[in-house]
Design a protein around this ligand. Sequence first.
Ligand code: NAI
Length: 264
Amino acid sequence: MNFSGKAGLVTGSGSGIGAAVAQGYAQRGGAVVVADFNERNAQKIAAGIVDRGGRAVAVKADVTKLEDIERMIAIATDTFGRLDFLHNNAYGFPPKVGAPARIAEMTDMFWEYGLNVGLTSCFRAARAAIPIMQRQGGGSIVNTASISGLFADPGSACYNAVKAGLINFTRTLACEYGADGIRANCVCPGVIDTPMTGGAFNLVPGMRDAAIAQVPLGRLGTPQEMANVVLFLASDLASFVTGAAYVADGGQTVDSGNVFSKFK
Ligand code: NAI
């Protein structure tokens, strides 16, 4: 994979999967906008890329705010002159929004924030990026969905709805702009060892081991392994891949759970 002469933007790239994608894109010659609402982390990741001889700029951008989305896209083209790759990846809840709950107990505030940060933001960023990619004759949009967009997680209805919505939004994006050379795909990670999951594992003893026990490969995924999939989807190697929801979960979701196979 070679991204020389190309430019990308990764949201939520101050940490975890997004950071690995930004680093991997730059390592392979691409210029990258490291966008995150955690400005210090974004600057740290961008500085690390530049120290290793890559091209990166950090942008403080809260993807729940339309003006920040439009500004981060404008910074990409102002700084690097183009935008070939958009990775919509940011997700998370500030404590003031509250905690996940079952449907009958969930607040409007929690639901609306989840939709905004995980779905509306992707629509708005794609809307801003599409005309640029059309002018350039193409581009690649990758959205971080989840296996939680394919199956249910009791207690996480908002997350399930957001990620499922993102998968089907991405399919429509692929249909509407394929003729312009714009490809759109999702990656659907399983359980990945990032600060997001680490926070939950640290709170609940035994949870990390229980998560690992569900994975046929016998371990959690790494941010680097998710970046490998995202960068493949971003690259010309995936030139005939669009509208896909690419599962990378160590086999977690392939077991039917059929009771007969458990009693042999
Ligand atoms: P992470 O917590 O390491 O990184 C998320 C980044 O998003 C952080 O840097 C955070 O500051 C940023 N962010 C949060 N809200 C933001 C906002 N409003 N505006 C801008 N930036 C914001 O988490 P991780 O695990 O790397 O997650 C990345 C993506 O992968 C998310 O979309 C998540 O839903 C998805 N995912 C993660 C899985 C996992 O097991 N870690 C599994 C499946 C999907």
